[in-house]
Ligand binder design. Structure first.
Ligand code: ASP
Length: 311
């Protein structure tokens, strides 16, 4: 049994392992770990208290994949419900669909009995307002909803140095089944309705018991274009080791052309429970906990540089 997670999953990884130790499935473990991150008011890139879009609205993306069956569920650009990972799981288990977005996802969450909640905290609102007011004249900031040229301001969101983040969890249970989950409030100050890789199976999340699983953090548009999480699993299917597969998928991002390229981080697990993390910049770690460990440990991510290109 093992759980691996992005660094901000520390608040949930022990609970996730506990679920496995109690006989829970990998899907149960991933959901349990991520829920604690989604509820954490100090985590501004996931769930409740996430940073909002350009209009000041918190929009969540999340997905979950069962590596035994390849069943998947996701929600995107969803407002008002903090436990996006649980709603994604319900999409996977109840509906004949994989993905629900915006009002449809919110409607489904209400049908399933999830509690509606204002996700924007005072603290997150203040950071958003301060940032926008730096560059925007007051007459625009005061009438954001009526703007017909909001697209010009999305450049604020497009700055690769801006705060961003996602939580990634991968678990392998006592039966050897693997599941992968991802949840985020996405790029800060994004254009309303923007979907990131976290909601897209194959981009930010992929799991297949036979080979392994991978989950991404970073510039979602790149992971979507490179089908990055699926690529790693596919490279393992083609016979590459976990480390080679991860490097290859990161290197693929260097082949992307165009104007908006920045950072990527990945965690990955193979079918034997071997794990690795990858990052396009130095100094980043991920966490892991096996069934015989009482606390998680931290491991360095392998650095695979990706050229930043930004206009
Ligand atoms: N991958 C997320 C997204 O693009 C954000 C992040 O991880 O920084 O929405």
């Amino acid at each position: 049994m093992i759980v691996i997670a992005s660094h901000n999953g520390a608040i949930g990884i022990q609970e996730s392992m506990y679920v496995l130790q109690q006989g829970g499935t990998a899907v149960d473990a991933v959901e349990a770990g991520i829920r604690l991150v989604e509820a954490n008011p100090d985590e501004h890139t996931v769930g409740y208290s996430g940073y909002p879009n350009l209009l000041g609205e918190v929009e969540l993306d999340a997905s979950i994949m069962n590596g035994r069956t390849l069943e998947s569920g996701s929600v995107g650009a969803m407002k008002g419900y903090p436990y996006a990972i649980s709603i994604a799981r319900k999409v996977m288990e109840i509906l004949p669909h994989v993905m629900l977005v915006a009002e449809g996802a919110e409607r489904f969450a209400a049908e399933m009995g999830f509690k509606k909640q204002d996700l924007l905290t005072e603290e997150a609102r203040a950071v958003w307002a301060r940032r926008l007011q730096q560059d925007m004249p007051a007459h625009i900031f005061d009438h954001l909803q009526e703007q017909t040229e909001l697209r010009h301001w999305v450049r604020l969101a497009s700055d690769p140095e801006r705060a961003k983040g996602t939580v990634n969890f991968i678990a392998q249970d006592a039966h050897g089944d693997i599941a992968c989950g991802v949840s985020t409030s996405g790029w800060v100050w994004k254009y309303p309705g923007r979907l990131g890789d976290s909601a897209i199976i194959g981009a930010g999340n992929y799991a297949d018991n036979r080979y392994g699983a991978a989950a991404c953090t970073g510039m979602g548009e790149m992971a979507i274009r490179g089908a990055t999480a699926h690529s790693i699993v596919f490279y393992m299917k083609m016979g590459l080791s976990l480390q080679e597969a991860g490097k290859r998928a990161m290197e693929d991002l260097n082949d992307l052309d165009g104007r908006f390229l920045s950072m990527m981080r990945i965690i990955a697990l193979d079918s034997n429970g071997k794990h690795a993390g990858f990052s396009s910049s130095e100094g980043h770690t991920y966490i892991f906990q096996t069934g015989d460990m009482s606390t998680p440990d931290e491991a360095a991510r392998i650095v695979v540089p990706i050229q930043t290109r930004w206009e």
